[in-house]
Ligand binder design. Structure first.
Ligand code: ATP
Ligand code: MG
Length: 226
């Protein structure tokens, strides 16, 4: 018999992790599975953006970034891809995405937006950023021993919404901030792009099928025009 935990007030929640995924790598993937293991959320959806708002345009197509995310997660049923930002096109504002997902999952289900600390620190530049917390919790992943100096605007935001325990993320649909320290893998998409540019190996930084796709399609090489 399956118990519907929603009716017991213990819905386990939907986690989302947005990104450019240019390309997806093991830093993203380890973070996703560690969050799932630690918090027991029902699922985690990776949400590739169409057009990043705060950095330059990706050097490959949205379809190629999406294809790599799909390949990377195919072996873990708890991970899925949410294509809505790519389908929507235009600049990918997180607030639009959260509103959209919230309207689909209903008012009671916990929705958890997972962010790396670097993304969290840039939150005050995001569209309608103070409203994000009305639609989702914010789960910030940081490295052990790293407590950054928050600018005053962000530290006031944290003080207002910081959860007393991580359990609160599962007891309310939105409204809490939680900082979780995870061992970090020093991998970034820019590192992978830079290695490709220098024609050095990207092995073991990302899943093998993704590596093969990059090589076969000659992605991130300066001397190739798309
Ligand atoms: P770039 O190097 O181009 O900035 P990136 O590696 O940071 O790319 P994004 O797609 O911009 O990748 O990141 C998506 C999300 O994943 C962000 O919230 C970011 O903080 C987080 N993230 C990126 N790299 C890691 C990592 N190694 N460990 C944990 N989280 C990460
Ligand atoms: Mg980054």
């Amino acid at each position: 018999m399956t118990i519907n935990t929603k009716h017991l007030g213990r819905a386990s929640g939907v986690a989302i992790m947005g990104g450019t995924f240019d390309p997806i790598h093991n830093g993203h993937l380890r973070t996703a599975v560690e969050i799932l293991d630690r918090f027991g959320f029902e699922s985690l959806r990776l949400v590739p953006c169409f057009q990043p708002v705060h950095k330059g345009l990706p050097s490959i197509t949205a379809a190629q970034r999406l294809a790599m995310v799909e390949m990377a997660i195919s072996s873990d049923s708890r991970l899925s891809v949410d294509r809505r930002e790519i389908v929507r096109e235009g600049p990918s504002y997180s607030i639009d995405t959260l509103k959209d997902i919230r309207s689909e999952i209903g008012p009671d289900e916990p929705l958890i937006m997972v962010l790396g600390m670097d993304s969290f620190l840039s939150i005050p530049t995001w569209a309608d950023w103070q409203a994000l917390i009305q639609y989702a919790h914010i789960l910030v992943v940081s490295r052990p021993g790293w407590e950054p100096d928050l600018i005053s605007e962000l530290s006031a935001f944290c003080e207002n919404y910081r959860a007393a325990s991580s359990h609160e993320l599962q007891c309310a649909p939105s409204g809490f901030i939680w900082l979780e320290t995870l061992p970090s893998l020093e991998i970034s998409s820019s590192m992978i792009r830079a290695l490709r540019k220098k024609q050095e190996s990207i092995a073991y930084l990302l899943p093998e099928p993704v590596q093969t796709y990059i090589i076969q399609n000659q992605l991130y090489q300066d001397n190739v025009t798309l």
